[in-house]
Design a protein around this ligand. Sequence first.
Ligand SMILES: Cc1cc2nc3c(=O)[nH]c(=O)nc-3n(C[C@H](O)[C@H](O)[C@H](O)COP(=O)(O)O)c2cc1C
Length: 189
Amino acid sequence: MIRDLIIKNRSYRRFFEEVAIERRTLRELVDLARMSASAGNCQPLKYIISCEPQKNALIFPHLAWAGYLEDWPGPCEGERPAAYIIILGDTKVSKSFGCDHGIAAQSILLGATEKGLGGCIVGSVQRAKLAKALNIPSVYEILLVLALGKPRETVVIERVAPRGDIKYWRDSESVHHVPKRSLDDIIVG
Ligand SMILES: Cc1cc2nc3c(=O)[nH]c(=O)nc-3n(C[C@H](O)[C@H](O)[C@H](O)COP(=O)(O)O)c2cc1C
């Protein structure tokens, strides 16, 4: 079951924007992150949740999408995320956040997948502009933005040849292909 969930949990970048996600659902997803591992159990992560169109519109312009798809500027109106979870590092708690935010992101996305939703981790964020747009106090470092919604695209995993190209690509049917290295290629000892 965990394998099925992980395989279903792809990075989705096009959504049915009109399918709203309730604040309660976002809180449940953050609760999964709350229960996840944290170095030294410091728990330095804080969260901003957004599911209102007005707030979503303040977040979207500061995100970069699918760098390898050079001709695609990102999701158009109607296909944008219905919600976001912004993962912050609270510098009052710790000055370094290790990989806590990666673990939190995966917990949230697996939870979203289980609920029939999907999302994308966005690390390419114009952080100063986003902080200004949402009035985020400087004590919080913006670590990752999770875009969430009901997926409107098909994503398939394919095998990358040893030393082959790892760039994801989109075919003429708009199916998104994600090459993954083989197991034998990554177990090195
Ligand atoms: C730390 C991190 C940052 C990422 N940042 C972005 C990003 O800024 N924009 C984007 O479109 N995708 C981003 N992604 C998604 C990756 O492109 C995606 O995970 C990769 O293409 C593999 O696809 P998969 O998640 O379906 O396996 C990020 C993923 C991770 C783990």
